[in-house]
Write a protein that binds this ligand. Sequence first.
Ligand code: NBX
Length: 819
Amino acid sequence: MKTTIDKAELKKQIIYNVKTLYRKTIDEATPQQVFQAVSYALKDDIIDQWIATHKEIERTDAKTLYYLSMEFLMGRALGNNILNLCAQDEVKEVLEELGFDLNTIEDQEPDPALGNGGLGRLAACFLDSLATLGYPAYGCGIRYKYGMFAQKIEDGYQREVPDDWLRDGYPFEIRRAEYACEVKFGGYVTVTKDETGREHFGQAGYQSVRAVPYDLPIVGYGNNVVNTLRIWDAEPINTFNLDSFDKGDYQKAVEQENLAKNIVEVLYPNDNHYAGKELRLKQQYFFISASLQTAVNKYKKAHNGDVTKMYEKVAFQMNDTHPSMAVAELMRILMDEENLTWEAAWEITTKCCAYTNHTIMAEALEKWPIELFSRLLPRIYGIVEEINRRFVEEIEATYPGNHEKIAKMAIIYDGQVRMAHLAIVGSYSVNGVAKLHTEILEKQELKDFYQMMPEKFNNKTNGITQRRFLLHANPLLANWVTDKISDAWITNLPEISKLKLFVDDPKSQQEFMNIKYQNKVRLAKYIKEHNGIDVDPRSIFDVQVKRLHEYKRQLLNILHVMYIYNELKSHPDMEYYPHTFIFGAKAAAGYRRAKLTIKLINSVADVINNDKSINGKIKVVFIENYRVSNAEIIFAAADVSEQISTASKEASGTGNMKFMLNGAITCGTLDGANVEILEEVGKDNAVIFGMTADEVINYEKNGGYDPMQIFNENQEIRQVLMQLINGFYSPQDPELFRDIYNSLLNTYSSDRADTYFILKDFMSYHEAHMKINELYQDQTRWAHIVMMNTACSGKFTSDRTIQQYVDEIWELDKVTVEL
Ligand code: NBX
């Protein structure tokens, strides 16, 4: 692919930027200053493509997607932009000529972490694919002043440090003050009647903030297409006259200023957990109102102010229920601002909005108390009430006399607004994120909705972008793949199946394994630098990196490490290939048991890593501050991918796909997209264990199972559990891990014990590990397996996912951009 970047021009620009930004010559500049200068220089080229893309979208009046999401976990942009501009060699050479190393410069960029985990990262992968496939799209989100906290590990405990990603200024963003708009909170609803007797609603006595957009370019791969991630900042509305000594005015001005300051201050660090915080509700409405106002205005400008056919040119995708106010806000804009009737507004809304569900976990479901919702958003609440009233009428018409249906399906019920129900009723499409997950939605969680409106439901199995997670993350393997089969895989991942020709070729196997080894050396160096631990790159790198959550069962993994350690201690000659168990995970700041699990992992690491008697057969490493940038190094180096959630709980997972692409074997349950990974790679090339989703759901319906029985019957498991409470890993405080012990056996509370079936799956997990231990020792067999994983990963590109969204939900128009 040819680049538009000219080396001489770029060099000149970098030197110029260093001069004008910092009053320095290039040889005086710090790496951070060079990072800024290079980024501004590239942004210059990107902006030409950006303008051209928008001209083309306007010229062709192409249908546009608005991907509404509270989270975009972008990761660093510089390296990605260089790759997508196909300017890797040019930039690298220019920097070298100026005396700088590209990797060092890339490392200067903060990791924009405006997301928690899978849901936020999925949004980022989708933006990359949309631009690369040439589909017009905006990501719409919030410009949090502080993103996902940075994690420090101190004495084995997690400490959260604010993520001040904007401290040095972020070179890729552009403030677009001309698109600022007002967002209103609180006050009361006003009603006036016009001469025809029709009611018109408005708001009075409210507080408001000014929403100001910042645009970030999303560069498509080698196609001159640049889309936009638009993130909203809040500023105080300036209606306040300092000369005025009116007390009421003064009070109000201060309140509005605080509202603006607080609203975008920080990303809530919970994943898969609903906390019901008022500020969170404000954040949701803030970015939704601003995004929809601009979308409607933009559409109107291009269509003579007539919104009645907006659904032909606009789609709003709601990333989980967090943006589901979009349904009511769009109704408000269409009725209150555009003067449409309810019926006309409803037709447009339900033809524009679509909803993606990412979880079935009850504790993640958003249900806002009516009191809070109606106080903060009185007009929106009124609209939700009316949507609910009409929907309940429909339920009654469909199921006469069935009050249970109403109780189960109403949007407003039991003093709460159920956001998932609002999203489903207001959308023309409802999708899950993996085959199994969508089936569970249809048959269990959303069964009533599926029965009443089956045509809305569909599946879109998640995907990841191979451009970041192979091309950028693993240059050695990326080049090797390109040498073998051409670079077509970069924009057409299924091409990678051509590697199947090489999976039994001894020379190719050796090359592949050698690349894996070099990537393990790279990670070992990172671990040495960051953890001070020596790990052997010849050992099996067994990796679990993801958010810390009980359902993801990091606890199963570490308890099993304890189990193996005990075995090694009592049978020193046991056949066991050296393993390095690598963990990386942030716990939500208020999630006590998750934080205690981090402490447990670190405590186990301390004991095992310092025990000379096991000859280094096990090492345990907890990588601090797991995030997109170090994830890229970690995936490339993994031999084994731990995907061990309790079956039915992980909607899809996307880390599983990143490991597979980089040539690791999955050790996993039949959950989420693991099921489809297994289908693609075949049962000889993955190791599956544990209960099925159906079994889990059945146990749950019947009140669980009795972990005590396993405790009593299995001496080795019992030993591991006793080590949680006898001070084996916490001699200073033997009671430290009591809560974890109790959660598994629940000796004295009335809650169910071991809700995530850790003990139930334990021995099956152990067998899976023994199988992996055996497979690894046959290096030919192993090479075949891991190469098959890379070769069969074609389905899991987000390009495929996006194409399915386009074909089956959004019906976007493609644009081509010539410069
Ligand atoms: O979304 C995740 C699921 O757990 C994964 O299985 C799935 O692969 C991924 C993408 O579809 N969900 C997730 O990351 N949720 C959140 O981060 C989240 C954040 C805030 C919140 C609720 C959920 N209030």
